[in-house]
Design a protein around this ligand. Structure first.
Ligand code: B1M
Length: 213
């Protein structure tokens, strides 16, 4: 197998045997983010496909997630950091009912490496907790993540609850089940403030920078 194929296969197989030396080798050729967005994400896409076909069970997907998390943790110190003054404060949450957090945590890493203070509320966060945290933390942006189809609907509910609580801060949404169109036609009409769709973590950074400038 080539280096790239081996990297994808650690995620697919859910094994860390040999992972770190291969990540180090990859770092001599690629940026950390290219490694994540390239071979590691390819592995995750394959995991999703196999899981969908009932060829993997949840416990195995969990092991794949562990490999992804370990890889991101190993690569994180090698990521470019722009030591600027604080650009803004961002609340991040995976919405109620959803446990997927790898993408959200990647967004946290990218934003915090680029001058943002992050308040990461974790997973399965109900609207009440987001409202309470927003009032306590005085965040500039509210970031919502969710990967399940039902999470897209949960984002609509969350936006309604935020609006009913009188909150109008920009909301940034992201995650696999979401689209720009759903964001524009279903979430945005329920909210007074801006609602922006980020297709990945770098897009999230670009949007945050635009909002804060
Ligand atoms: Co689950 N899962 N999972 N899972 N899982 C999916 C999402 C699924 C598509 C797999 C499939 O069937 N093909 C499917 C959803 C189907 C649907 O709703 N239509 C699914 C399912 C069904 C489930 C369970 C229901 C399974 C079960 O129990 N029977 C269950 C759900 C439990 C729950 O949430 N209540 C479940 C559980 C799990 C694990 C716990 C085993 C594990 C998660 C571990 C963890 O996160 N700690 C897991 C995993 C790993 C996946 C897949 C395979 C990979 C997700 C991932 O981490 N991708 C996934 C299939 C897939 O996506 N291919 C799948 C890598 C990550 C970097 O990408 O999160 O998309 P992603 O983030 C991207 C962008 O989306 C974006 O930036 C990131 C890239 O830069 N982004 C943002 C994300 N959030 C953002 C926020 C932003 C900006 C950008 O601003 C705020």
């Amino acid at each position: 197998l080539t280096l790239e194929e081996r990297l994808a296969s650690y995620v697919v197989e859910g094994t860390k045997e040999g992972l770190i030396p291969d990540l180090n080798e990859a770092l001599s050729k690629y940026t950390p983010l290219d490694i994540i967005n390239g071979p590691l994400m390819e592995g995750m896409t394959e995991v999703g496909r196999l899981f969908n076909n009932n060829e993997l069970i949840v416990a195995e997907v969990l092991q794949s997630a562990e490999v992804m998390k370990a890889s991101v943790a190993h690569l994180e110190p090698f990521m470019e950091k722009n030591e600027t003054s604080v650009k803004g404060r961002v609340l991040l949450a995976t919405v109620k009912g959803d446990v997927h957090d790898i993408g959200k945590n990647l967004v946290e890493i990218i934003l915090s490496n680029n001058g943002y203070q992050i308040i990461n509320l974790g997973i399965k966060v109900p609207p009440e907790s987001i409202i309470e945290a927003y009032r306590r933390e005085k965040a500039d942006i509210i970031g919502l993540s969710g990967l399940l189809v039902k999470s897209a609907q949960q984002m609509v509910t969350t936006a309604q609850d935020l609006r009913n609580a009188g909150i109008g801060a920009p909301i940034m949404v992201g995650g696999a089940a979401l689209t720009r169109k759903f964001t524009r036609t279903r979430i945005a009409p329920e909210y007074e403030g801006m609602v922006l769709y980020a297709k990945d973590a770098m897009d999230g950074l670009a949007l945050a920078n635009r909002l804060m400038n």
